[in-house]
Design a protein around this ligand. Structure first.
Ligand SMILES: Nc1ncnc2c1ncn2[C@@H]1O[C@H](COP(=O)(O)OP(=O)(O)OP(=O)(O)O)[C@@H](O)[C@H]1O
Length: 236
């Protein structure tokens, strides 16, 4: 069970539009993500990275081929199964998507209230502990407007990781940050992922952070063109 890949994609194709407007966005994707790996997905604008990320995140339905998340086939899965899988995934997006009317702690707590069986007090304690882990123990009661870009992104990381997901998907998590804050944010993600044993798949154009990855997967025109372990990449 523990050797089962977190994500297993086989011969995946994806199309947008219909009839004469139908356009293929992904071509024969094969990809396996293993437990605890930090994988960076890179490639030029429009090559299909976000499409692939949203398919893996169960935010759209696979049309052709096979996509298994945590051992479960998502092609043909119903809404209920999609929602169940989404609960096991942490999402971090470029625009952090914090709710302005909630404090840092409430934003983090919100993601956990979807899960049953824990008391409010427990949920609150976990949120505060997670904010401490991302270095925001002294900003727990701050509203997003009073936090810097890097701090907001760290709240988003705390929110994504607080329920210990097995998989974290991040779309350009450093895009809105200066290089120092961007670096801090990805190093933090990498450290927490290693501590929690979760897999991270991160889309980025930011060449300065490629070294945090265990593997770099490159896409072009809807196809995976390269899959390199970071150790090999640094020698090439
Ligand atoms: N909802 C949609 N309807 C039609 N075409 C789409 C849709 N979403 C994406 N596409 C097309 O699919 C292709 C892949 O887009 P995608 O957003 O996955 O690329 P990307 O690599 O994430 O780009 P970027 O780095 O600019 O975000 C593009 O040609 C895009 O125009």
């Amino acid at each position: 069970m523990s050797n089962q890949p977190v994500v297993l994609i086989e011969n995946l194709n994806h199309y947008f539009g219909q009839g004469s407007l139908k356009k293929q966005a992904l071509f024969d994707i094969n990809l396996e993500l293993r437990r605890g790996e930090v994988v960076i997905l890179t490639g030029p604008s429009g090559c299909g990275k976000t499409t692939l990320l949203t398919l893996i995140g169960s935010l759209r339905s696979p049309q052709e081929g096979s996509l298994k998340i945590l051992g479960r086939e998502m092609r043909g899965a119903g809404k209920k199964q999609q929602v169940e899988i989404r609960r096991q995934i942490g999402y971090i997006f470029q625009a952090h998507n914090l709710l302005k009317c909630l404090t840092a702690e409430q934003n983090v707590r919100m993601s956990m209230e979807l899960h049953n069986g824990i008391s409010v007090r427990e949920v609150k304690a976990k949120s505060v502990a997670m904010l401490e882990a991302v270095g925001l123990g002294n900003r727990v009661d701050y509203y997003p407007d009073n936090l810097s870009g890097g701090q907001k992104q760290r709240v988003a990381i705390a929110r994504a990781l607080v329920s210990h997901p097995k998989l974290v998907l991040a779309d350009e998590p450093t895009a809105a940050l200066d290089s120092k804050s961007g670096r801090d944010v990805v190093e933090l993600m990498q450290r927490l992922a290693k501590e929690q044993g979760c897999t991270i798949l991160m889309v980025t154009h930011d060449n300065r952070i490629l070294d945090v990855a265990d593997r770099i997967v490159s896409m072009e025109d809807g196809r995976l063109i390269q899959d390199t372990t970071a150790a090999l990449a640094s020698h090439s």
